[in-house]
Each structure stands twice: as C-alpha cells, then as structure tokens.
Design a protein around this ligand. Structure first.
Ligand SMILES: Nc1ncnc2c1ncn2[C@@H]1O[C@H](COP(=O)(O)OP(=O)(O)OP(=O)(O)O)[C@@H](O)[C@H]1O
Length: 227
C-alpha cells in the first residue's frame, strides 16, 4: 500500500549562507495492507522528516513515495489534497481546528468530506468520543478551550473516524493515561484488522512492541558524512 524507493532529503538553510544539510538518502521500504511499521532511530535521525515527506509536507529530492497509486514525490497539490481526504490519514500530536465548530462535528468531518451520510458520520463520531472518554457535555462545544489531553483525544477520534487505507501516526499514545492509551492501541489493532497500512513513531516502547509488526531504523538512511 505504501512503497518508498530511494527517497532522499536535504535541507537548505537560507539563513546560514544556504548551507545544504543532507538528512536522508536511499530510504526504501514497503508497508502492506494490515501491517504496522514503526520508525525508530535516535533523536534527529529523521523519523519526523520521513513522515512529513510521505504526507507531502516536505518535498523529497529524489525517489518515489507511492501511497496507493499516487506518487507523493511528484504529485500535484490537488492530488495530495485528494489523497489526504480519502486515502492517507495522519494523526499528529496536536489538534488544529477551525474555531467554533462543535467537537462532534470536528470528529465527523473526515467522514462527511468523503460523502458518508450525516447520521452515520455523527454516530461514529459519538462512539469514538465515548470510547476516548470525552464527557458528553463537551461534544457540542468547540474543542478550542479543552485541556491538552482532551484535545489530543479529540484529535485521535478525528484521525480514526474514517477508515483510510493508509495512516501515519506520530506518537499516538504520548501523554495519555492508561485507560485511554489502551483504547488507542485497540483502535490501531482494529485499523490493522481492517487492512489499514500504518507507519508510526512510538516512543512508548511497550506500545510499539504490541502494535508494530516491524521496525525500520531510519538511521540506516542517514547519508554518509563527507570528510
Ligand atoms: N525544516 C527543517 N529545516 C532544517 N533542518 C531540519 C528541518 N526539519 C528537520 N531538520 C533536521 O533534520 C534532521 C532530522 O530531524 P527529525 O525531526 O526528522 O528527527 P527525528 O528522528 O524525528 O527526531 P526526534 O525523535 O527528536 O523527534 C535533524 O538533524 C533536524 O535538525
């Protein structure tokens, strides 16, 4: 479902004399439907950079990043937008929402945007909010004033509302309590059972051991330093 071939990336630091810093070279791997691959490697190895390239936020210098039949490395912006709507989900660590939209609608929105009937989308949203222990009294309010932990759980509910064929998870269990962490791990297991191909960064080692089928050490793709 996800196929990376010879992906490389360097950053140009325009405020430092246009210094070019190569951070990745030759990244090659596949993720099959129903499989969860964990990106590992020291801090600074390039885990987040790789995720951002797969999501199309950072442009890769070379290679192919196939998600389904779209090559993110060369796709037009409108193709990336369509890919994100229907095919590729991304659960980041923080919620970014339009102000004044009720929580239940924030969670239902990814389903509504792919044409799911309103009652089905809202039922799924309510189910996820309940599973993630967001009190029902909050569902009709905007999440902008929620606590950090509540916002994180709303973000997870939104991320898992639509069954994307491929998902990127950036530390989905970070700073959750034991009960909610368990719910998130179950959501990941359910997604895998439905055939979702998942790439995740999990600093929570027991969580990684439970849901990941394979680990990819991103430092294997660190370019050799020139001497
Ligand atoms: N926008 C950017 N501009 C310049 N350099 C960047 C940029 N983003 C990342 N880097 C550099 O790329 C390298 C990889 O960073 P990245 O954040 O991907 O690492 P990571 O493995 O996710 O680390 P951590 O586990 O600490 O989050 C680092 O050396 C970082 O300084």
């Amino acid at each position: 479902m996800i196929h990376l071939e010879n992906v490389s990336k360097s950053f140009t630091l325009h405020n430092q004399g246009a210094a070019v810093i190569p951070v990745m070279a030759g990244a090659t791997f596949d993720v099959a439907p129903g499989e969860c691959v964990a990106l590992i490697g020291n801090s600074g190895a390039g885990k987040s950079t790789l995720m951002r390239m797969i999501y199309g936020n950072y442009l890769s210098q070379s290679g192919r990043i196939m998600v389904g039949d779209v090559d993110v490395a060369t796709a037009e912006p409108r193709e990336i937008i369509a890919l994100r709507r229907a095919t590729l989900g991304y659960v980041s660590q923080f919620l970014r929402v339009v102000p004044r939209v009720p929580t239940v609608e924030v969670v239902a929105e990814p389903l509504l945007s792919v044409g799911t009937p309103k009652e089905v989308a809202f039922a799924r949203a309510r189910d996820l909010l309940a599973r993630l222990n967001i009190p029902e009294t909050l569902w009709s309010l905007s999440p902008t004033t929620f606590s950090g932990g509540e916002q994180q759980r709303v973000n997870i509910a939104r991320g898992f509302a639509h069954t994307y064929p491929a998902m990127l998870l950036d530390e989905p269990t970070a700073s959750l309590d034991a009960t909610n962490r368990e719910t998130v791990l179950t959501l990941i297991e359910e997604a895998k059972a439905r055939g979702v191909a998942i790439i995740g960064i999990f600093h929570d080692a027991p969580a990684r051991a439970r849901v990941a089928d394979r680990e990819i050490d991103v430092s294997d793709f660190t370019p050799a330093k020139e001497v």
